[in-house]
Design a protein around this ligand. Structure first.
Ligand code: ZN
Length: 45
């Protein structure tokens, strides 16, 4: 399981896999694009 913190509300977002390039935050109703981030923010747990 991979989790990241939402940039806007700091909610914990769960990714299905490392292949995911973006994740939806249900609280903000935004799509967080993680593919273009120069530094990996996803942490495998
Ligand atoms: Zn959010």
């Amino acid at each position: 399981m991979i989790t990241i913190d939402c940039t806007w509300c700091d909610a914990e977002l769960v990714l299905d896999s490392l292949d995911a390039s973006r994740v939806d935050c249900p609280d903000c109703r935004v799509t967080v694009d993680i593919a273009n981030d120069p530094e990996p923010i996803a942490i495998a747990a």
